[in-house]
Design a protein around this ligand. Sequence first.
Ligand code: THU
Length: 142
Amino acid sequence: MSRNAEPSPAQAAALLQAARAVRRHAHAPYSRFKVGAAVLDEQGRVHAGCNVENAAYPQGLCAEAAAIAALVAAGGKAVRAVAVVADSKVPTTPCGGCRQRIAEFARDDCPVLVGTPRALKFVTSLGALLPHGFGPPALRRR
Ligand code: THU
């Protein structure tokens, strides 16, 4: 896998496909808003996650958080690309908290693919979604 910002077309297709597939397993009985996410790690592996809501609403988990947990559990160290899929009219981008979660493992140029079950809507980047974000480099002492 290349170290370039852009995933290969095959990797992008695999990421979107994984996000679409896992979205079908979302547990979203309260919002009825199913989300699937997939992250590409530094070894070229794809890890997927869906939102998991809870009757105690604040305990619900976002799809991106679940995908990142799967990456870490599999021994992944970095997020090289992200795909998010929801069936919304306005494309669904990662929420603020998930932008921060992605920033823990990704560089600003990390591509974020935003799609629906039928189409890729656009590609943005972590830096565009979370400009001037706080992350691990900020904790390094002078
Ligand atoms: N949700 C995600 O899983 N990811 C996003 O990027 C946006 C929102 C979930 C949280 C909640 O279960 C449902 O979508 C409605 O907000």
